[in-house]
Design a protein around this ligand. Structure first.
Ligand code: 1GP
Length: 247
């Protein structure tokens, strides 16, 4: 079963852009959770990503809280401990821009049997960290160096290597809270090399930046950090994407 991935492919084929709200289960509790649920009740992104870089076990609690929201819940885990069989899909991420074996294949080996036994849809995804001008938590936790913000050739060859290895999507990540999102030049160049869908995230704080990423060739854009501070803007972003889709 690959319902969610098939839906992503269908939307890409129709050139319909997608938007995901990222929720960190460690932070999305109490008042933030209340505000997030209030927004998501009326404003539906294409997907809800759930994940963070800390080791935490609230993933299932958050999925339960999101139960009534008619949007697929997709795990975007920092490590194997964040897997939950209650999610709809899992981005099975391999940090292919880095050379830390644990994040290339180690965490995957730890969780593979449990994941395979579950009914969760698995989407193998090549995860590429690009320098976003800040020390991102992905860089800190994975102890890997990002690809330089201007090193388009390395970003392209890394993404193509991921596609050739059989990955189903590529995620260009500037890091949560990045000062600089991935540049439109890099997005356009990587998109031109790929046949599979491309996700872009990290440091997007305005609908103008979202539009730039879409126009440059991102199929799916993810925003997380902004909504931890300005949760009411989920509605603004969802409505913007709805209008963009009608163009
Ligand atoms: C982080 O790409 C996602 O992994 C989203 O980034 O939190 O900066 O929106 P932000």
């Amino acid at each position: 079963m690959s319902k969610i991935y098939q839906d992503i492919l269908d939307k890409k084929a129709r050139r319909e852009k997608m938007f995901a709200v990222l929720l960190d289960p460690e932070k999305c509790v109490d008042k933030l959770l209340y505000n997030v649920l209030k927004q998501l009740k009326y404003h539906h992104p294409d997907l809800i990503f759930i994940g963070g870089s800390g080791r935490c076990c609230n993933t299932e609690d958050l999925i339960k809280e999101l139960n009534g929201i008619p949007v697929p819940k997709v795990l975007f885990p920092g490590d194997a401990s964040q897997f939950s069989p209650k999610a709809d899909a899992l981005l099975f991420l391999s940090l292919i821009s880095g050379r830390n074996l644990d994040y290339l294949i180690g965490q995957h080996v730890k969780s593979a049997i449990e994941i395979k036994k579950s009914a969760v849809e698995i989407i193998p995804t090549g995860y590429i960290l690009i320098d976003g001008g800040t020390d991102s938590s992905v860089k800190r936790v994975s102890k890997t160096e990002p690809i330089g913000a201007d090193d388009i050739a390395t970003a392209c060859s890394t993404a193509v290597a991921g596609e050739l290895l059989g990955m189903k999507m590529i995620y260009l990540e500037a890091g949560s809270g990045a000062k600089n999102p991935v540049s439109s030049e890099m997005i356009t160049a990587v998109a031109a090399e790929l046949s599979i869908p491309m996700i872009v995230g990290g440091g997007i704080k305005t609908t103008k930046q979202l539009k730039t990423a879409f126009d440059a060739g991102a199929d799916l854009v993810v925003v997380g950090n902004l909504f931890e501070k300005e949760t009411e803007r989920i509605g603004e972003f969802v409505q913007f994407v709805e209008r963009y889709k009608l163009k």
